[in-house]
Design a protein around this ligand. Sequence first.
Ligand code: FMN
Length: 212
Amino acid sequence: MHLTKTDIQNTPRIQRLNIINAITGIKPANLIGTISDKGETNLAIFSSVVHLGSNPALIGCISRPTGEIERHTYENILANGVYTINHVHRDFVKNAHYTSAKFERHQSEFAHCQLTPEYLDNFKAPFVKESKLKMGLNYRQSIPIELNGTVLIIGEIEHLIIDDQAIEGNDHINLSNIQTVGIGGLDTYYALNKIQQFPYARINELPEDFNA
Ligand SMILES: Cc1cc2nc3c(=O)[nH]c(=O)nc-3n(C[C@H](O)[C@H](O)[C@H](O)COP(=O)(O)O)c2cc1C
């Protein structure tokens, strides 16, 4: 298949959406937990979570355009300044997927999708109890992407909770051990298996067989 820009523009909306959402490869599967100023909890699956920097520890995610459709996650983040990002694992992938349904503001995806809210003292946003790798973030900045009305939401990690099962040595996190999953497009979930680990790549330490 070879699609030009014109072909892409002429592709029916759903087909285009499925193709273009899938072509960047495997995306991380995370649930974003928030709470409104009335105390209503909210949970939504996001595939756009991205590392922005380690010092300070900044994480970004893209929120779809605001407008006619309410964006509870973004509104709650702006209202309270805190949110959580929780890995999705193989054993609750279905629960996680259905958080994307358009629930009303007063309907909690935690209850409707059978996931358990969990709190840390002095941190208002709910974590997902079932998740083995989760972060509590303080909202830092929004950057509007004028090209399509989406918003890059940036937060700084305040709490990082990782199940010991995932940690190898001092600092290596093996996502296979906790069965974190990946997302293709908007409807497909993949298991992730660790296949290799390499040292920091230096020009003078290339693998010997590269010289052959
Ligand atoms: C696999 C998958 C990935 C998604 N990723 C995102 C995303 O990165 N950003 C986003 O704004 N919505 C994303 N969505 C859509 C939200 O989950 C959906 O709009 C949800 O209803 C938002 O809930 P809220 O209004 O409670 O924030 C995704 C949906 C699915 C099924």
